[in-house]
Write a protein that binds this ligand. Structure first.
Ligand SMILES: NC(=O)c1ccc[n+]([C@@H]2O[C@H](COP(=O)([O-])OP(=O)(O)OC[C@H]3O[C@@H](n4cnc5c(N)ncnc54)[C@H](OP(=O)(O)O)[C@@H]3O)[C@@H](O)[C@H]2O)c1
Length: 275
């Protein structure tokens, strides 16, 4: 919980998740304002959480200690340039959740010298189970780092990196990662149906197994490799399945997939950062 006054620019999915998390953590909704051009969206968020809303981004920036930029990356340049004079006057801590926009680009659009924290959350933030990595620019104070961390912690786990370029690897791992696990779930469910299980049973067993394995891995002091070995008896069924996955190049495939996502993240940042 933080006593700051927060302004969200963009009141879509990610802003909505953060606002829900903050309000359930006890942040006073009257000290949060959300700005968005979509009045229906604003009305829904106000009804659900009790925060103040406005269709005027400049209005939201005035009096905010913390500004959270939660618009799509493609519109961030226009939004940032639009609020730059107010940001320069008010000097809030600025937190961006926009994927692929580097700090140097955002600093330029905002007029420079801004205390800026760049974050990379992921979609499970919507249910409070997110994983967010943060990077702070040199202008950010220790107190502002704590404030940024407490805001992102309201939707899940947080971790800092010292090198901004590591956010491309984070994007490849936790940013895109939920989709990799969904794909594995799809593949396991499909294979189980082919082995004769009813669709609903195949789905339920797949999901509960994924949840159980994730919880065991998180709650255990052991590494995932140790947990895997423990359920793999010599000559048994799991050993046969794991050998099939290893022989099929599963590890190499994941290495290639994450490298491809990483490289695409760099490419997109180059594209989106153009003035
Ligand atoms: N969703 C995720 O899990 C996730 C994960 C990691 C990072 N992010 C980042 O979070 C950011 C927001 O994503 P999202 O999924 O929340 O998108 P979203 O649901 O589309 O939310 C963006 C909101 O910004 C509004 N907007 C558009 N132009 C604006 C303007 N000029 N001023 C103020 N608001 C404006 C949009 O309104 P309209 O709909 O009317 O255009 C929309 O309500 C993105 O930069 C994304 O990279 C999201």
């Amino acid at each position: 919980m933080t006593p700051s006054t927060l302004a969200f620019i963009g009141a879509g999915n990610m802003a909505g998740s953060l606002i829900n998390g903050l309000v359930s953590d006890g942040h006073d909704p009257s000290r949060i304002v959300a700005a968005d051009p979509d009045e229906t969206q604003l009305a829904a968020i106000a009804r659900r959480t009790g925060v103040r809303t406005t269709t005027d981004n400049g209005d939201a920036v005035a009096n905010a200690d913390v500004l959270i930029l939660a618009v799509k990356p493609q519109v961030l340049q226009a939004v940032a340039r639009g609020i730059a004079p107010r940001v320069q006057a008010a000097r809030p801590l600025v937190i961006t959740v926009a994927a692929g926009i580097r700090e140097a680009a955002l600093q330029e659009w905002l007029g420079g010298g801004v205390a800026l924290v760049r974050t990379m959350p992921n979609t499970p933030a919507m249910i409070g189970a997110g994983a967010t990595v943060l990077h702070a620019g040199p202008e950010v104070s220790a107190e502002q780092r704590d404030t940024a961390e407490s805001i992102l912690r309201s939707v899940g786990l947080t971790r800092w990196v010292d090198d901004e370029s590591q956010l491309d690897a984070v994007t490849a791992l936790s940013g895109s990662g939920p989709a990799y696990f969904f794909l594995v779930m799809e593949a396991m469910e499909q294979a189980a149906i082919q082995l004769g299980l009813p669709v609903d049973t195949a789905r339920l067993l797949t999901l509960q197994t994924a949840l159980g394995a994730a919880r065991m891995a998180i709650e255990s002091d052991e590494e995932p490799a140790t947990l895997r070995r423990r359920v793999t008896s010599p000559g048994g069924t799991t050993e046969r399945a794991i050998a099939t996955l290893e022989d099929g190049g599963l590890r190499r495939l994941f290495a290639e997939a994450l490298t491809a996502a990483h490289d695409r993240s760099v490419e997109l940042s180059d594209l989106l950062g153009r003035a």
